[in-house]
Design a binder for this molecule. Sequence first.
Ligand code: SF4
Length: 717
Amino acid sequence: MTPTAAVAATDTHCPYCSLQCGMRLAPGTDLPAEVLERPDFPVNRGALCGKGRSAPALLARDVRLTGPLLRDRPGGPLRSAGWPEALDRVAAGLAGVRAEHGPDAVGVFGGGGLTNEKAYLLGKFARVVLGTANIDYNGRFCMSSAAAAHRRAFGLDRGLPFPLADIPHTGCLILVGGNPAETMPPAVRYFRELRENGGRLIVVDPRRTRTAELADLHLQPRPGGDLALALGLLHLVIADGLVDREFVDRRTSGFERAREAAMAHWPDRVERITGVPAHQLREAAGLFGRAATGMVLTARGPEQQSKGTDTVGAWIDLCLATGKAGRPYSGYGCLTGQGNGQGGREHGQKADQLPGYRSIEDPAAREHVAAVWGVPAESLPGPGVSAYELLDGLGRPGGVRALLLAGSNPAVSAPNAGHVTERLRALDLLVVADVVLSETARLADVVLPVTQWAEEDGTTTNLEGRVIMRRRALDPPEGVRSELWVLRELAARLEVSSGFPVAAEQAFEELRRASAGGDADYAGISYDRIAAEDGVFWPCPTPDHPGTPRLFLDRFATPDGRARFAAVTHRPAGEEPDEDFPLYLTTGRVLAQYQSGAQTRRVAELNAAAPGPYVELHPRLAERLGIADGEPVAVTSRRGRAVAPARVTDAIRPDTVFMPFHWAGAGRANSLTNPALDPVSRMPEFKLCAVRVEPAGTESAVAESVSTAPARQEVAP
Ligand code: SF4
């Protein structure tokens, strides 16, 4: 059975990134649906990138899973199975491992693309049905350092504390380690409007990206140099008398320690650490410090480091010292990555959190959530380990032995991915719920095909903290079920017969109660309000509360209402270049692919635009290594090796190479990346590691591609 064509125009949102562009789905001709513009939705005003426009290709039967798959023996093929057999196998496997090794030997790994309802019930399933502490999700790899720094400074973490529409009205914006011109093109309009209004845009990036080309000033530090760079700018605004003393005295604490830390980062020293000329530092400090209003936005560049929390903290300190926080058109924000990167981290997928951003170690929070769930608070497990630690421990003594994984593809997206793949293979039971047969699903013992964006209702929370709604526009194929249904069926087989609604709105109503009184308070948000108001910004504690587009205007969310300086100092990355591995590797995304590529590599139009990985290197480096444009290049780190064609460009520093991370196989960038963890956020150091680069000779540079291969061709009859 093919998916039912959309029966009428349905307003919904893109399945991919955190911008969550509004779109309208109408009946399609070649595909079950076609995308129409939805100009009334304020975030993107009808604009979409190619990923959003081509998303209906994911609904086609030949690119997706349409029935459960089972593996009868390790190493054997996956075969088709019915739902009862698949669910019985999963339940028996989870129960068996739990009985033999204890509840923490069973784990759950979620995703930042799951709706709020799925994320909420996945967390509840782990704590109530499985009784395990070991649940985490791929959002840990996304913006956890920004979240930790945000919370440390302001007492609350929301990606942006203001709507995107405020950006054109600020005086100076520093964008650190983000490339929205490729990752979320419709958002670029806000940066263009900023400049048209006379505001200044400074971009910090080791590469001259399409976004950097829009800037008034591009600072191009070495990877890992952005902590020192922020401290250098703080040093200069202090030295130049640009500190807003009235703001600092009235609304912050800890400035003196931050001032002392910054004083050790004078311009010449920062130039030596970062490679950014001192005159550019002075220009940037002057532009930002003298502007009446200003914003700093970070993305994965400064965040995905083993010092990511401190790096973001240093940029927040720059905002605080210059009075650019807690005021209209000023503040620090994080451009989250995944479609529900914001909401996915608020409602219980994270190892240390319960719904509403509550701490799982807070007795009052445990009591509140346990009462909503109808279980004793003492039955809830404590905090588990973070995403990479969970993956690293798979199949080891004391680690997880049976894993339920939803909406994630760590065999491609995790750092040190070759090692992670080995750990996934070591499990007693791997269950993957996904839309397509991803690289991780191919390793599974049981694969459960689930519904996707256009086939289900559910809410997500975009990078602004705006809770929005995806609407079901068409029926899924016959053999496909929603994750909410899967969780209910598994819970019932594991002797929990209630508390897992299949209707998304019913799940959301429970989420509202569980989040009530928490930092991320959704109690006043309803499906009706979301539809009527173009989304509702949290916190929204009551039905008559207007929601909170702008945070911190009166006070910060700390106990004393003051923002806290981080007062940090520069330190090297977890791994710096040396004699054996003399270059930096940095990784990132390209316009036509998304995250691990599990979905976008199956869309022909996107695959044609971005067919495979490459290694970007500077002409001087290429000449020194004897590498010509297009030739295969081998990149080697202490963890692995990747091979891809060279792309020679002067847009990158001569001491750095870049690889996009969307592909599996020979060109898998995450074979190389360093899992060194930030001590606070437990974020791995995706953004830089030390590598060696050499011509690959006759080695194949072709990455394993599953772009258009029908998923079921891999399945035994
Ligand atoms: S910018 Fe993001 S949300 Fe918008 S269409 Fe592109 S991928 Fe989708």
